[in-house]
Design a protein around this ligand. Structure first.
Ligand SMILES: [Zn+2]
Length: 329
């Protein structure tokens, strides 16, 4: 983008005012606790917007592993994990799971919310925080902001982490993972998969491109690999009566089940699927520098994150356990 300075200061002002509004709102909500069920656990659109506009800002330089912009994005996610109160994963000292790939130092960012009664059963909520970086040369906008791909998914991870932390009733442990280097071949999630006992992972909830209304209509999302386990059916059951619907992936010819981080765990047997809301066959911003925050719908993004929270409730609670995945391909 050309007018970086102006845009950045406008962004800062917007973010500051968002923050004030959010705080103001939460005070009001807390004051109203007596009249409403659990208002403080609401996934609110102002926080969603703040996360999205920060992660997809030009300052993050397209979040390519090994760059200064990626470091900024990483720090933002870490600070959010810390604020939310997530614990570190396994024997890691902090939220970063560091490794070197083709000479580049990179890290998955992992936080944990320990389960109340089923501490050793894990549900993973994931998205990828990396994207394509910047064009080396040219005129005009050079930054692949990756707002929908996949800042939108990371927004979901952060919003769900905060939601479950405030709720405080997850019987199973929840691992929140932002995977790196998805764009160059699911590198971060593959690395993560090597270091776990997959038997302990009961489900994988991966979020990709969740900021636009799909061709299936408003208040809908679709799930990759729908028939590979009964995960999708459990979600559909939990969403009954909410007005939000989950459909099987309408783009099976694109082989999307194997093209996002859910695949790294699915190949280990974990019922791990990707939620998406984007018409990827017609979306003109996919993998373009024009994938900017302004092209997303905060309403769709917020509604979808809420639907994922509601839809996965019984899995988090430990009352539903999806069938395992057996890959024959
Ligand atoms: Zn993606």
């Amino acid at each position: 983008m050309k007018k970086t300075t102006i845009i950045l200061s406008t962004l800062l002002i917007t973010l500051l005012s968002c923050k004030q509004t959010t705080q103001g709102k939460s005070n009001v909500q807390q004051a109203g606790v007596a009249t409403s069920t659990s208002p403080k656990t609401e996934i609110d659109s102002l926080t969603v917007k703040k996360h999205l506009y920060t992660l997809a800002s030009d300052e993050m330089q397209g979040r390519k592993p090994g760059t200064e912009g990626m470091e900024k994005a990483t720090q933002y996610i870490e600070n959010e994990y810390k604020r939310i109160g997530l614990k570190t994963f396994k024997d890691l000292n902090n939220y970063r799971q560091n490794f070197v790939h083709e000479g580049v130092e990179m890290s998955n960012i992992i936080g944990v919310l320990e389960g109340k009664s089923k501490k050793d059963e894990f549900v993973i909520v994931s998205a990828h925080h990396d994207h394509l970086g910047m064009k080396k040369e040219g005129e005009g906008d050079l930054i692949f902001n990756g707002a929908n791909d996949d800042a939108s998914g990371v927004v979901g991870v952060l919003a769900l982490a905060e939601y479950y932390a405030k709720k405080g009733n997850n019987e199973r442990s929840i691992v929140f993972a932002c995977f790196t280097a998805e764009e160059i071949g699911l590198v971060g999630s593959n690395y993560f998969g090597k270091d776990i006992n997959p038997e302990k992972f009961v489900a994988g909830i991966n979020l990709e491109l969740i900021g636009k209304e799909p061709k299936t209509g408003p208040k809908t999302a679709w799930l990759t690999g729908f028939d590979r386990s009964d995960f999708g059916k459990i979600i559909q059951k939990n969403l009954k009566g909410t007005g939000y619907k989950l459909f099987p992936d309408p783009y099976t010819k694109f082989n999307l089940f194997f093209r996002s981080d859910n695949a790294s765990l699915a190949k280990l047997g974990v019922p791990s699927h990707t939620f998406s809301t984007t018409s990827i066959d017609t979306d003109k911003h996919y993998h373009k520098v024009s994938d900017e925050a302004e092209t997303l719908s905060i309403k769709v993004l917020t509604e979808t994150v809420k639907a994922v929270a509601k839809g996965t409730e019984s899995i988090i609670k430990g009352t539903d356990t999806p069938t395992r995945i057996k890959l024959t391909e």
